[in-house]
Design a protein around this ligand. Sequence first.
Ligand code: SF4
Length: 448
Amino acid sequence: MCYAIPGRIIKISNNIALIDYYGERKEALVDIEGIRTGDYVFAQGGVIVDRLQEEVALSILEGWREAFSRLKKKDKDLAEEEPFPEGIDPEIIRIIRKGEEGITLTRDEMLTLLRCSGRGELNLLYQTANSIRQKVHKNSSCVHGIIEFSNICKNDCAYCGIRKDNHALERYRMEADEIVEIVTSAVNRLGFRAFVLQSGEDSYYTTERLTEIIRRIRERCGVLLILSIGERDKGCYQELYDAGARGVLIRFETSNPDLYGKFHTTLRYEDRIETLKGVREIGYIIATGSLIGLPGQREEDLLEDILLARSFDTEMYSFGPLIAHPATPLASTPPVDLDAILKVIALTRLITHDGNALVTSAVETLFGKEGTRQALMAGGNSMMINLTPARYRRLYAIYPREDRATGFPDEDVQRRISETVSLLHSLGRAPTDIGISGTRGGNNKTSL
Ligand code: SF4
């Protein structure tokens, strides 16, 4: 885990750099040429993405110093465990403490936590997950920008509004120039350092077209690029890695093959798992997880989802609530309650300790900022901000969206950045991909 403030390399061994941030040490893969001990660098998602001139780095670090320690202290204070409240089921306390100590939980113990419903017990679970998050990641919280570059998809997932059978939806594709321009603008004007490039499964974007987009971005910007483009063969993903992509976001949606087949009639469960194995072998950072709230899903399925995600040595866990689009076969599926989501995030943190846990935008759609805040206080440490231009954003309707935007960079993006930064700061968290100014001529408004 890294901060989007520069760090100084104090050692490089086997292509892994040890980076110092005001005395805090984090490791990152050396992924650009000519990096040496003593250099100041930006690292994202465990990968060094850019090098800075020393005077630029020192000026940024000086501007951040006081805020860095203030936020860290606040986060630590908030994560401090309180004495056990009275009346908590001792068995739940035992299981939670066992997980906190890093001792492997049995399936029955994990299921007990997923089935738990007592308020005191749940609060203890969330608080413990938050305390583990604080010890492992300190106060760093990644905030990636996401750009949805095509809403055309050849698949028919039973809940998704951009499924091919939704003929009422207006479709769009962005060309390479537009995508490269959005990323460049977000780096230079907004200070972003990590991006998810997302689309439906759209074969217009051949390996060659995607390679060109990735190469052009990497030539212009030192950023972490994460692809969310669905299933491609391993050869394609290898070429995209060689071009400079370093992460893949692909959820398996459910670990239950029967449920998977029922709701993904144009996809095969085995192919999804093979894709995940393939990108792992190539060396990508993996973001994966599942939907919470599919009809017929049981706690046992959710537990298997967590264990399946963990089996890939996942760097970022992405578990989010199902919001079925009204124009889909699952339109009448009611959403789950917030605790169903918090329990999955907290249990994932309890049994994995490290790894990043994404708080999906679907959580905010259902439960507002308060839902996001609670998820961040239950083990979550990662968010995304949508940078898709306003004219496309409402069309990327995996579920219905409302936007108040008018253009890009637009007031809506600025508003969401400042709301996200305010929320993170209120919890003592330091956004790791935004939140600083002074780099590459940035005019970032997200001051501390
Ligand atoms: S969930 Fe993904 S693969 Fe399925 S229809 Fe939607 S965009 Fe396509």
